[in-house]
Design a protein around this ligand. Structure first.
Ligand code: ZN
Length: 300
């Protein structure tokens, strides 16, 4: 399906924008695409009724949003957590040049997603529990990963063009798939697996700054890429990393090679995408409407 242009999307705006509850509606608010699934990314578009509003801040389900202005609208990358109910709260702060701030609370609709399940093999049941030294290492690695997320929330959005898959290969395991043992949900797949042989190329999904290159217990050789606006993409189990912390990389740039480092049974790329603290479906990032690209074209 062809991606809808900004013009088309904004023409749809008036019919799809849910007006705020309350006595004085101050802004129309809408998702693009209109009805995101649980676990999916979507742009949040805000149109203040008063053109004097010069800045918008906000949060969806307590995940902060980083708004940028496009004409008389404000656009931010938002997302719906996997366990979200059929609507999520959005709070907005509409700021005026004289310092006045209007607060608006409303709800955005969410569509339930179906996540497939698979049976855990017997071997996985007997995989060893980490000892205390290992638990310390894993905790530290999780802390480093969380720090990248915080950095991304302090960085303005660095991308303009649509996101691309880190590999051209087929997806061998999608986001969200549930792992069952004896009919009981034991874990979920918090990422997207791409097929690959040792040494195959892994590319940056979009422009950003390399925030972390490490050798992790579970993830093996990892690269964490900060795209700004709260968004992080990460590339795991690499055989080789080709970037360093602090590098600014272009969309599609070769950043590493497929491997089987860390806790895996064979070579593949595990790719995950995170906004704030939520790990979301990377596939939905790849099919976002082209709102930001059009901003870029207009601003030149
Ligand atoms: Zn995976």
């Amino acid at each position: 399906m062809r991606r809808a242009s900004l013009t088309v999307l904004l023409a749809m705006f008036s019919s799809s924008g849910a007006m705020a509850q309350g006595t004085v509606p101050e802004a129309g608010v809408a998702w693009f695409p209109n009805t995101p699934r649980q676990g999916a990314f979507a742009y949040v578009v805000v149109q203040p009724s008063d053109p004097a509003v010069h800045e918008v801040r906000g949060a969806v389900d307590r995940v902060p949003l980083y708004f940028e202005r496009i004409g008389d609208r404000f656009v931010a990358l938002g997302a719906v957590q996997m366990a979200a109910p059929d609507s999520v709260p959005i709070v907005l702060w509409l700021e005026y040049p004289d310092g006045r701030v209007g607060t608006q609370r409303s709800y955005l609709p969410v569509v339930a997603a179906h996540f497939a399940t698979e049976q855990l093999s017997v071997a996985s049941r007997f995989s060893t529990e980490p000892d205390s030294a290992l638990r310390v290492r894993i905790r530290e690695e999780n802390r480093l990963a969380r720090e990248v997320g915080l950095k991304a929330q302090e960085t303005p959005p660095l991308w303009r063009r649509p996101f691309i898959a880190p590999r051209d290969s087929r997806i061998t395991s999608p986001y969200g798939i549930g792992r069952l043992f004896n009919g009981e949900l034991r874990s979920r797949h918090w990422g997207t697996d791409f097929d690959g042989e040792m040494g195959d190329p892994v590319r940056a999904a979009n422009r950003g700054v390399i925030e972390l290159v490490g050798d992790f217990y579970y993830g093996g050789r990892v690269v964490y890429l900060n795209h700004g606006g709260g968004l992080v993409t990460a590339y795991l189990h690499l055989s080789e990393t080709l970037v360093q912390q602090g590098d600014t990389v272009a969309r599609g740039q070769l950043i590493g090679r497929v491997g089987q480092s860390g806790r895996v049974t064979g070579p593949h790329l595990h790719w995950f995408t995170r906004l704030g603290r939520a790990t979301l479906d990377g596939a939905s990032l790849l099919s976002l409407p082209r709102l930001r690209e059009e901003t870029y074209i207009r601003s030149r």
